[in-house]
Design a binder for this molecule. Structure first.
Ligand SMILES: Nc1ncnc2c1ncn2[C@@H]1O[C@H](COP(=O)(O)OP(=O)(O)OP(=O)(O)O)[C@@H](O)[C@H]1O
Length: 687
C-alpha cells in the first residue's frame, strides 16, 4: 500500500539541498572573512612597527587623532596580539628569517615581521563582536592567516633608523592602509553579523524543520511499521495464495486428466453414437414400417373388437336364452351326507331316480301305509331342475351356479336361496368350510367373478364390485358389516319405477380382490345372530343376505351393465315346538317370510298381476331380483336322517310346489351313473 504522505527521500533531498545552499553561502562568506582577515593580519604586522614608535606617533597630532578615531579596544587587542606573537616566536627560539641590508655599516632598522598566528586575535575579535566561536571558520581563517603571514614575512622594508621621516611615511602609509582595512573589516563585520543573524534565523528554521523532520520521521516510522505489518500480511497472503495456487494447479492437473479421459470417452461415445445413429435410422425405417403395420393392425383389431363385442353380445343373448330356457326360476335339491356325529342315527329312504328326481320315504316304510293300513308301495317322488346326491361336491353345485353368476356379470339380477330345515346344510352350501374343496358358493362366486372380470377386460369391460352383508331378523334389517351402529335400515327405491332398491344406512364396501370379499364374509359371519336350538348346535334364526353389485363399463362402446347377485342363507324352515316358546315371535316371522317367499315365487311363476313382495322384508328387499328377466335359484337342502323325514318332506313339498309351477320346461330323465338310486340300500355305509 502506498502511503499518502510525502516520500521521505524527497524531503531529505530538499533539506540537503537547502543545507548545501546555506553551506555554500557560508563558505562564500568565510572566504570573504578570510580575505578580510588576511588583510587585517597584514595591517597587524605593520602595527608592530607602529607600537615600537608609539611614542613618536603619539606626538604627531594628526596621527594621534587618526589613532584615536579607531576603536580603542580593537587597537589594544591587535597590539596585544602582535605582542603575544612576538613573544611566542621568541619563546620558540626558532631562527626567523634574517633580513640583511646591503649596507652593513649604516645603522639600519631591521623590521622583521615574524610569522604570526592571528588566530587568537581573530578569535577574540569574533568573540567580542559575535560571541560565537565557529571552529570551521576559524580553521579556514587560520589557514588564510598563515598564508598572509607568510606573505607578510617575505615583505621587507629597509629604512634607515635615523630616517624618521621615511619611517614615518611608511608607518603613515601603513596606517592609512590599516584605516582602510579597518573600515572594510567593519563593513565585513557588519555583513558577518548579518550573516550570523541569518544563520541564527536559519538555525531556528532548521530546528523547526528538524522537528518537522522528526515528526515526519516518527510518522514515517509508524507508517513503515504499518507497511511492514502489511507486507507481512501480504506475505502471509502470498503464502496462502501460493498454497492455494499449488492446490489449484493439482486440481487443474487432475481435472485436465479427467477431461482428457472424458474427451476419450466422448470420442468413443461419439463413434458409438454414429453407429447408433445408423442403427437408429434403420430402426426408424423399420418403425415406420411397423407403425404402418400397427395402424393396419389397429384398424383390424378395432374391426375384430367390434366383431368380438358383437359376438359377446350375441353370446350373452344366447346364454340368457339358455338360462331362460332352463328357467328363470330354478330349484335344485341337495342331500347332505351324514356327519360323523350322526353315524348311529338311522337314515330315511332316499332314491335318486334321475338327476332331477328324488324319491324319499321313511326308513321303516311307515310312510307307505295308507290310512286303511294297506301298503301303498308308492314312495314320495319329487322332481327339480337338478338333484345333487350326498356325494356331490361343492364344485358340482357351483358348476350350475356359475352360469347364473355369469348372468349377473352380464347385467342380470340373480337370487340364490338356500332353503331347508336347520342342520340340513344351507350354511355349508352357501359359505362352506375352510379349504379349497369345501369352500361354499359365496367364496366361489367371488373367485369366479374376478376370474371372469379379467377375461371381460380383454373385451373392453371394466368392472367395479360393491358388497354388503345384512340379515333379516324378526323382520328387522341388521348390517352385518357394521353391527355396532344402531341405525335404522329401511328399504328404499332408487328410482320411481322400483326397479332398483337399496337399504338406507347400510355399509357398502368396494371390493378389489377375492381376499377383501372373504374378509367381509368373515366379519358378517361373526356378527350374525346365532341362537341355539334343539335341532342344531349352531342354528341360524335369521335370513342372511350377501349382496354383490357388479357394475360393468365398456368405455369404447359407452355401455354400462349392472347386475345384482343376492346369495341368501335362509333361516331354518322347521316348525318349532313348545320348548321354543320363547322364540314364538321369531319363529312366526321366519315362517311368515318363508311362506311369503314361496308365494312370491309362485305368483311370479303363475305370472300373477299382484306379487306380494311387500308382505315380508325379505321379498321386499329382493323384489328387483325376483321376477322380470332376473334369475332365481332355490337350493333346497335336505338332511338324510330319518328323524328329519317330516321336515325334509315339508321342504320337498315347498320346493316342489315352486318347481311344479314352472311351465314350458321339459325335462329329459337321465339316469345318474355313479350314484346308487336306492339310497336306503347303501345309505348306512355311503352317507
Ligand atoms: N354337503 C355336505 N357335506 C358334508 N357335510 C355337510 C354337508 N352339508 C352340511 N354338512 C354338515 O352338516 C352340519 C349342518 O350343516 P349347516 O350348519 O350348514 O346346516 P344349516 O342348514 O346351515 O343349519 P342352520 O340353519 O342352523 O344354519 C354341519 O356340521 C355341516 O358341516
Amino acid at each position: 500500500m502506498e502511503s499518502r504522505l510525502p516520500k521521505p527521500n524527497h524531503f531529505y533531498k530538499k533539506a540537503t539541498t537547502l543545507i548545501d545552499i546555506d553551506l555554500k553561502k557560508k563558505n562564500q562568506t568565510m572566504t570573504k572573512i578570510q580575505t578580510g582577515l588576511s588583510r587585517a593580519v597584514s595591517s597587524t604586522k605593520l602595527t608592530d612597527d607602529t607600537k615600537k614608535d608609539k611614542n613618536m606617533l603619539n606626538n604627531d597630532g594628526k596621527s594621534n587623532n587618526e589613532n584615536e578615531s579607531l576603536p580603542q579596544t580593537t587597537r589594544t587587542k591587535n597590539i596585544a596580539a602582535i605582542t603575544r606573537s612576538n613573544e611566542a616566536i621568541k619563546a620558540m627560539k626558532r631562527p626567523g628569517p634574517i633580513v640583511t641590508t646591503a649596507n652593513t655599516k649604516k645603522p639600519k632598522v631591521k623590521v622583521s615581521v615574524k610569522a604570526i598566528t592571528p588566530r587568537k586575535t581573530l578569535k577574540t575579535a569574533l568573540k567580542t563582536r559575535n560571541g560565537i566561536n565557529r571552529p570551521t571558520e576559524n580553521s579556514t581563517i587560520n589557514k588564510t592567516t598563515a598564508t598572509a603571514a607568510t606573505t607578510t614575512t617575505t615583505t621587507t622594508t629597509t629604512v634607515n633608523k635615523w630616517d624618521y621621516k621615511g619611517r614615518f611615511a611608511i608607518v603613515n602609509s601603513e596606517l592609512i592602509k590599516l584605516r582602510g582595512n579597518y573600515k572594510e573589516i567593519l563593513a565585513k563585520n557588519t555583513d558577518l553579523q548579518k550573516m550570523i543573524d541569518d544563520l541564527k534565523d536559519n538555525g531556528n528554521t532548521y530546528k523547526l524543520k528538524l522537528e518537522e523532520y522528526e515528526t515526519l520521521k516518527t510518522t514515517l516510522s509508524k507508517e513503515l511499521e504499518t507497511t511492514k505489518e502489511e507486507l507481512k500480511q501480504v506475505q502471509n497472503e502470498k503464502e496462502d495464495f501460493v498454497k492455494r495456487w499449488t492446490k489449484a494447479e493439482e486440481a487443474y492437473k487432475n481435472v485436465t486428466e479427467e477431461l482428457k479421459e472424458l474427451q476419450d470417452k466422448f470420442a468413443n461415445q461419439q463413434a458409438k453414437l454414429q453407429e447408433q445413429a445408423i442403427e437408429t435410422k434403420k430402426v426408424k425405417t423399420k418403425l415406420e414400417h411397423d407403425e404402418n403395420l400397427i395402424k393396419d393392425l389397429t384398424i383390424h383389431k378395432e374391426e375384430l373388437q367390434s366383431l368380438v363385442h358383437q359376438m359377446d353380445k350375441e353370446r350373452r343373448i344366447l346364454h340368457n336364452t339358455v338360462q331362460e330356457m332352463k328357467g328363470n326360476i330354478r330349484v335344485f335339491c341337495r342331500v347332505r351326507p351324514r356327519t360323523p356325529k350322526e353315524t348311529s342315527k338311522p337314515l330315511c329312504f332316499i332314491k335318486f331316480v334321475d338327476e332331477c328326481t328324488i324319491e324319499i320315504g321313511k326308513s321303516d316304510g311307515s310312510d307307505m301305509a295308507s290310512c286303511s293300513g294297506k301298503v301303498r308301495n308308492v314312495r314320495q317322488e319329487f322332481s327339480f331342475d337338478k338333484v345333487f346326491p350326498h356325494n356331490a361336491s361343492q364344485a358340482d353345485i357351483f358348476e350350475e351356479l356359475s352360469l347364473l353368476v355369469q348372468s349377473a356379470l352380464e347385467g342380470y339380477n340373480v337370487c340364490v336361496f338356500a332353503y331347508g330345515q336347520t342342520g340340513s346344510g344351507k350354511t355349508y352350501t352357501m359359505e362352506g368350510e375352510p379349504g379349497f374343496d369345501t369352500e361354499g358358493m359365496i367364496p366361489r362366486t367371488v373367485r369366479h367373478i374376478f376370474k371372469e372380470m379379467k377375461e371381460l377386460e380383454l373385451l373392453g369391460w371394466e368392472y367395479r364390485i360393491e358388497a354388503s352383508f345384512l340379515e333379516i331378523y324378526n323382520e328387522h334389517i341388521v348390517d352385518l358389516l357394521d353391527s355396532q351402529c344402531n341405525k335404522i335400515h329401511e328399504i328404499r327405491m332408487r328410482d320411481n319405477r322400483g326397479h332398483d332398491l337399496y337399504v338406507s344406512n347400510l355399509k357398502v364396501e368396494e371390493i378389489h380382490n377375492a381376499e377383501e370379499l372373504q374378509d367381509c364374509l368373515l366379519t358378517a359371519q361373526r356378527n350374525r345372530a346365532v341362537a341355539a336350538t334343539n335341532s342344531n348346535e349352531r342354528s341360524s334364526r335369521s335370513h342372511s343376505v350377501a349382496r354383490i353389485r357388479l357394475i360393468g363399463e365398456h368405455k369404447t362402446k359407452e355401455e354400462i351393465c349392472v347386475g345384482n347377485l343376492n346369495l341368501v342363507d335362509l333361516a331354518g324352515s322347521e316348525r318349532l315346538k313348545g320348548e321354543e316358546a320363547a322364540r314364538t315371535a321369531e319363529t312366526k316371522n321366519i315362517n311368515k317370510s318363508l311362506a311369503n317367499l314361496g308365494n312370491v315365487i309362485l305368483a311370479l311363476l303363475k305370472k300373477q298381476e299382484h306379487v306380494p313382495y311387500r308382505n315380508s322384508k325379505l321379498t321386499h328387499l329382493l323384489m328387483p331380483s325376483l321376477g322380470g328377466n332376473s334369475k332365481t335359484l332355490m337350493l333346497l337342502n335336505i338332511s338324510p336322517l330319518d328323524e328329519c323325514y317330516n321336515e325334509t318332506l315339508n321342504s320337498l313339498r315347498f320346493a316342489s310346489n315352486v318347481n311344479n309351477c314352472k311351465i314350458n320346461v321339459k325335462r329329459v330323465r337321465t339316469a345318474l351313473p355313479n350314484i346308487s338310486n336306492n339310497l336306503s340300500s347303501s345309505s348306512t355305509s355311503d352317507i
